[in-house]
Design a protein around this ligand. Structure first.
Ligand code: HEM
Length: 122
């Protein structure tokens, strides 16, 4: 959805870009609520093993977590500027927000797959 929103603005489809970015925001909020509920009820799963796969996992998890925290003010600022129609500034900050958001989204799925399928905690 992020990539589709980006492709839309590159084609000059402003309304489609806005709607898709708002949907992205909605989906992210739903995900965050579900994640907080899951952590507070089920708790954390630790990644088993003591090898290079665990090093790769921890590297992805660390970069994902740090960038996810940075993403909150970036997304809010990017939306604020767009809603205020300050599009020159929006475009400037969006070029930072967009790749970070994409990285956090993709690594989130990778982390989910590693914890639950690659090496599920026994
Ligand atoms: C956090 C959410 C958003 C992100 C990550 C984002 C991302 C981007 C990016 C990367 C560009 C530059 C594309 C390029 O390189 O040509 C852009 C441009 C633009 N965005 Fe967004 N966008 C977001 C939300 C919105 C919203 C909500 C609106 C509408 C209210 C909007 C309206 C626009 C417009 C009109 C441009 C073109 C600006 C120009 O060319 O001067 N964006 N956006």
């Amino acid at each position: 959805m992020l990539l589709t929103a980006f492709a839309a603005i590159r084609r000059g489809e402003r309304e489609k870009h806005r709607n898709l970015m708002l949907t992205n925001l909605g989906v992210s909020i739903v995900f965050l609520v579900c994640y907080v509920l899951q952590v507070s009820t089920v708790g954390h799963k630790s990644f088993p093993g003591d090898d290079w796969v665990r090093v790769v996992f921890l590297t992805i998890l660390t970069t994902h977590t740090i960038l996810a925290v940075c993403l909150v003010p970036l997304v809010l600022r990017t939306f604020f500027l767009a809603i205020r129609q300050r599009f020159t500034e929006h475009r400037r900050i969006a070029r930072i927000t967009f790749p970070i958001w994409l990285y956090v989204s993709v690594t989130g799925v990778v982390i989910y797959w590693m914890v639950n399928h690659l090496r599920p905690y026994a």
